[in-house]
Design a protein. Structure first.
Length: 536
């Protein structure tokens, strides 16, 4: 007797092979049988020709703290997501050293948000244990984040690490990998990642090979510096002998549109030399980040607190205005290439400025009768540096190219839901892939799209026996109607659940049933199974 049989579905198994018509039987949290099943189960669900697919994997998101406050993960469950990978872009809540606590908390807040929890962890392992104890509805895996490592050891110091500091960071990384993290993530665009040389990163990455860990990176520049930035991370991966995953590959700023093709060629050339390189992409032409990322890197040397002092200094203000007014050699000036009217405020911190959410900076500076730079710096002062933005800086054609690229997987890069107007990718990414890129534009076949959201990320992030509808595999399953699946979240009204996804199972338990969350909390913390764990 099986636990559940999903009957009469188009079974898209995650391999990329053509769908087959039949049933999927589940027992003890695992796929028991696939095909036309002459068996019985405690519960049978006739899916009436809908697609039965493995549960979707959000391989790049920032739910690190959100998962603690919202363990039901309804935003992701409604999209068919059964597993999230956190700790991306070098941003994570651990390791958390009390002496540098304020620095780390203010650093991650615009992206990860806040939590009602009192940060009861210090190490990556303790953070993982905390998540496991919170009994989430979905599965979670994490990286060790470089930003948290460097802040723990040396704050926001803009200098190379000493050999003692480097040894300390390597030890923290080793601890995290031993606890089951999937690799090291770094945000080279964000201070303190931006203060780190490629040699220092390669040295840090030397810890990864013995754990078969992945090096995942938000590259240094996605605008004018896109190609040198891709070359830099390929150099690091080659020197350290590690697998490389490039996060949210894009070309930012009008003058750089079309450059993603050259970036993909660099990845292909690396692969031709035998390097293991992949990337991910989200299906939107706007990014979402913190407003401080548009500032010249030197401004953030003292962390957010230090930056606020800089904004009060009229001479330093003049320097910022001058630097933002022209192209820069050694950092990406996205304002210059994209313009103030492409920068939308998605979240502020104070009640006083709530009315500004959803407006772009050109408009706000006109309302206030100020130069856009002064307007931005004043706003940052009013909000203590905590402003999240949405940045319209990509071309649809580039996004389409990366989505169609065979070695890209698709992920949301979603930020916290605590913000006023979050980027619609938080609520819409996964259905949008099927509505826009499978059904409307035919960039991907149904089976290719499912592979990019299931078995490929599972292989990439070493998430165990998931991502395929194969007997013996864990029963993370999503059922959807390929003709009606549709994202409804827009930039104006982002908090909308999608249509067309009816059932989701996590570890064999029905978690979404006829679009209703069952309150099941069967998710686990996935610890990477490193080949060397028996040595410890």
């Amino acid at each position: 007797m099986l636990d559940i049989i999903l009957r009469n579905g188009r079974v898209v198994d995650g391999t990329g092979n053509p769908w087959l018509f039949g049933d999927v039987g589940i027992k003890d949290g695992h796929i028991a049988a696939v095909g036309r099943l002459d068996m019985e189960a405690h519960k049978e669900i006739d899916v009436q020709g809908q697609v039965i697919a493995p549960g979707f994997i959000d391989g790049h998101c920032h739910s690190d703290l959100m998962i603690l406050d919202h363990p039901l993960s309804e935003i992701k469950m409604q999209q068919g997501v059964t597993t999230e990978v956190v700790g991306n872009c070098g941003l994570a809540p651990a390791p958390y050293v009390r002496s540098a606590g304020e620095l780390l908390q203010s650093y991650v807040q615009p992206v990860l948000g806040k939590t009602k929890w009192e940060w009861p962890w210090e190490t990556v392992e303790q953070y993982m244990d905390t998540v496991a104890r919170s009994n989430p509805s979905e599965n979670i895996a994490t990286y060790v984040a470089h930003g948290a490592l460097r802040i723990s050891v040396m704050g926001f110091a803009n200098r190379p690490a000493t050999s003692a500091e480097l040894a300390q960071m390597k030890q923290l990384l080793d601890e995290g990998m031993r606890a089951g993290a999937i690799g090291l993530s770094i945000g080279l665009l964000y201070a303190p990642g931006s203060y780190t040389s490629k040699e220092e990163i390669a040295e840090l990455c030397s810890i990864l090979p013995k754990y078969n860990g992945l090096f995942s990176t938000h590259i240094r520049g996605e605008g004018n510096n896109l190609l040198p930035s891709v070359r830099e991370v390929i150099w690091i991966a080659e020197k350290a002998g590690v697998s490389l995953h490039v996060s949210h590959l894009k070309a930012a700023g009008k003058r750089n549109w079309g450059q993603v093709m050259n970036a993909l060629e660099l990845i292909e050339a690396g692969r031709a030399r035998g390097m293991d390189i992949t990337c991910d992409v989200y299906p939107y032409n706007a990014g979402s980040t913190t407003l401080t990322t548009v500032l010249p890197p030197w401004v953030l040397e003292g962390g957010i607190e230090g930056a606020l002092e800089v904004f009060k200094d009229t001479q330093l203000r003049a320097r910022i205005r001058e630097e933002l007014g022209q192209e820069q050699e050694d950092w990406d000036n996205l304002i210059c290439s994209t313009g103030w009217d492409s920068v939308y405020i998605s979240a502020v911190h104070t009640e006083a400025n709530l009315a500004l959410e959803g407006k772009h900076l050109a408009e706000i500076s006109e309302m206030r009768g100020q130069h856009p730079v002064d307007c931005m710096l004043d706003l940052l002062l009013e909000e203590q540096g905590r402003i999240s933005i949405i940045f319209f800086h990509m071309s649809d054609e580039d996004v389409k190219q990366v989505i169609g690229y065979e070695k890209s997987l698709i992920a949301s890069d979603s930020l916290t839901c605590e913000t006023g107007k979050p980027h619609p990718r938080l609520f819409g990414t996964f259905p949008r892939v099927f509505a826009r890129y499978v059904r409307e534009q035919k960039v991907l076949s149904l089976e290719q799209a499912v592979r990019k959201l299931t078995s490929f990320p599972v292989q990439r992030f070493k998430l165990g026996k998931r991502g395929l509808l194969v007997p013996g595999y864990i029963a993370d399953v999503t059922v959807f109607n390929p003709d009606t699946i549709q994202d409804l979240a827009t930039f104006e009204e982002p908090r909308q659940y999608p249509e067309g996804i009816t059932h989701v199972l996590v570890n064999g338990k029905l978690t979404l049933s006829d679009k209703q969350h069952t309150q099941a909390r069967e998710g686990i913390l996935i610890r990477a199974q490193h080949c060397c764990q028996h040595h410890h």
